[in-house]
Design a protein around this ligand. Sequence first.
Ligand code: UDP
Length: 505
Amino acid sequence: MEGESHGEVEAAAKPHFVVIPFMEQGHMIPMVDMARLLAQRGALVSFITTPVNAARIRPIIDHSLKSGSTIRFVELRFPAAEAGLPEGCENFDLIKSDELIKPFIESASLMADQIELHLRQRTPAPDCMISDSLQYWTAELSQRLGIPRVIFHGPSCFYLFCALKIKREKIFDGIAVDDSKRFPIPDLPQTIEIMKGHVRRMADSPGWEKLRDQVNLAEETAAGVVLNTYEELEPWYIEAYRKAIGKDVWPIGPLSLYKEADVGSRAARGRASSIDTEILLRWLATKKQSSVIYVSFGSICRNSRRHLIEIGRGLKASNVAFIWVVKEVEVLEEWLKGFEQRSTEEKGLVIRGWAPQTVILSHPAVGGFVTHCGWNSVLEAISVGVPMVTWPRFGDQFLNERLVVDVLRIGVSVGATKVQKFVPLEKREEEEEEEDEAAVKRDDVARAVVSLMEGGEEGEERRVRARDLREKAVRAMAEGGSSSENLKNFVIKYASHLRVIDPYV
Ligand code: UDP
C-alpha cells in the first residue's frame, strides 16, 4: 500500500472496530478496558477521545503505544463552545450546573463530521462501530460509513431487563413519583420490589422527550448489545433480555479483569491516582486478611458535608479499619484533618480525590466495600470476591442494590431510600438543607459495616457466595470461558476481513 507505514500495512490485515464512548468515567473506563481486550484479540481499535479525556488516561495511552498495541487513541477537538459548554468541559464530572447535563449529552453529536473525516482518511476502513448507548447520533454516522453498529450498555443486565419490563408492562403508570410504596416486578425468579422514584431516570424529565426518543431509536436500530457482565453472574436475566430485545447480546466482562492487568496500568484507570501506590500497598500490607473496608461512591455522586460527617463517624464507630475516598474535600477539609487525627492513620486511610480502585479491591486485606452501587464498582467487587454494603443514590443504582442483596446475596443494605438528585458540587450546600429523617445516619453506617465484616455465619455464607462468583468471573474471562468466547464470536461476526483473532497464540 503506497505511502503507508509498515504498521498500517499490518493494521490493514486486522478487523477494525471504532469505539465511541460517552465521556463519563463510569462509561469510559469499561470501554477503554474493552478496547484493550479487542486489541488482545487481534483487532485494530480506533478509540475516539478528546484532549481533556486523553490527558487523564495518558499513562494508558503511552503504555499502549510502547507495548505496540493496536489501539489508536484518536484525539479530536471537543466542540464545547458550539454546545454552549464552558471550554474544557469534556467529561460529565466537569459539569457545574444541572442545566448543562442535557447539552453535554447532546454535544458529542457535533463531533460526528470530524470522526467521519478521520475514519475516511485513514486505512483500513472500519468494520464495525461500538458506541455507548447514549451516543444516539452514531446511528446516522454508522449508516454514512456503511458499517454495522453495536451499542455498549453500561449497567447490569438485571437492571436493563427490569427497566424494560417496567416500561413495557407500564408498572408505574398512574403512580406518583414520590409514592414510597414498593411494587413487585412481575414474573422474575426472585421477588424484587422497588419504588417508582428509585427507577425514575433523568431522561423522564420534561424537556428530555426528543433526546429520550433519539436514544431509544438508536438502541432499537442497533445490531446488537455488548455488556459488561458475564453469563454465569445473571444467567436468567441475560437470557430474558436476549429474548425481550430479539437481538444479539454479548456479555464480555468483567472488563476490569482484562489480561494485561499490571499494577501501574490498573492504578491509572480513569485518571491518575491521588495516592502513591507504594504508600497505599505498604499501608495495606500491615492489615490482616479481609479486615479492611473500602468506602467510595464512584465518580459523579456527591456527598453533602453532613453526609460525609455521618460516614466518617459511622466508620469510626464500627471500629473496622477503612480506606475512605473523599472527592468532596473542599466542603470538608478542616473537619477531615481533625477526623484523621482522631481516627489515627493506623485505623483509617483517607484518599482525597481519585483512588486506584481495582488495586485496592483486589488486595487480600480488603474484605468489604461500601458502594453507591454504580455497576462498574459492583462488578469490580464481584470480580475479586468482595461483599458489599450497598448505598444507592440514583439511576440504575437502586436496582443494582436489589441484585446484590436479593439475587446474589452478597450485600448488606445501609437502608438508603432517598433518591439523591445529581447535584453538582457548588449546589450541595443548598441540597444539604433539605436533608431529612430519611437520610442515612452514622448508626446505619456502623451497623451495616459491622454486619458485613463480622456477620457470623451469615457473613461467612456471604463471603463464600462472593468467592464463588469471583471464581466464575475469572473462568469467564479465561481462554474458553463464556466472556472470552463471546468476545471471540463477536469479533468473528463483525470483522468483514478477519485475520488473527486468538490472543493466546
Ligand atoms: N473509580 C476509581 N477511583 C475512584 C472513583 C471511581 O477508579 O476514586 C472508578 C471505579 O473503579 C469504576 C468507575 O470509576 O470503574 C466508576 O463507575 P461506577 O459505575 O461504579 O460509578 P459512576 O462513577 O458511574 O457513578
